[in-house]
Ligand binder design. Structure first.
Ligand SMILES: [Zn+2]
Length: 198
């Protein structure tokens, strides 16, 4: 992970970046507790997921649900971004819209090329090694079924930041494996999913 040391913020006078590995770890522990993870201590979203289970994400301030379960909030964020005139913000909103579009495409055909997450080289190496231990060959998946290698990178990224508990991780991996098994494209492409994970 990139660590920028030294240098002070001219406004607040605070030293930028993590000053030690301990500080970084403490931050990640604190963040896992108060952002959207298994150890969170904030009020939960009141909505049900598509599987009929209660959503476990944080609810928004003065709202009963999380951002994902609030279509009006999503729309107004997009509109606000477009009206802001802030190019950076507009670009981020468009990237989000593009990522969402790709996820819809992937539900139909996981072979469509694309990526919604890019890891820095050192993280990519750790992710590849972890995926290999789980039996996934990321390089082959990148070539044949990018939807699944993308999903694996997201799982790794969230897990390595302490946002997924051990139990959730197993559930996610099992769901991913069954989606790969059920993937109808493997027959038409003559590809054997067994080659991609063991
Ligand atoms: Zn929710």
């Amino acid at each position: 992970m990139h660590v920028r040391r030294g240098g002070r913020d001219p406004k607040s006078g605070r030293v930028r970046g993590f000053q030690s590995e301990t500080q970084r770890q403490n931050f990640m522990i604190g963040r896992a507790r108060c952002c959207n993870g298994p150890n969170r201590e904030m009020p939960r979203c009141a909505a049900l997921t598509r599987l009929g289970q209660p959503c476990r994400a944080a609810r928004m301030q003065n709202q009963q649900t999380c951002f994902r379960h609030n279509a009006a909030a999503k729309r107004s964020r997009l509109v606000a971004a477009r009206l802001s005139g802030d190019l950076d913000r507009i670009q981020r909103a468009e990237m989000r819209a593009e990522r969402n579009r790709l996820c819809v495409v992937w539900r139909r055909d996981p072979r469509e090329p694309g990526k919604t997450i890019m890891l820095v080289p050192s993280d990519e190496a750790s992710c590849q090694a972890w995926a290999a231990r789980q039996g996934f060959q990321l390089d082959l998946l990148d070539r044949d079924l990018p939807a699944f290698s993308d999903a694996i990178r997201w799982i790794w990224a969230r897990m390595s930041r302490g946002l997924i508990s051990e139990g959730d991780l197993n559930v996610k991996l099992a769901r991913l494996r069954s989606r790969m098994e059920a993937n109808p494209c493997r027959r038409s492409s003559g590809m054997n999913v067994g080659d991609l994970y063991r």
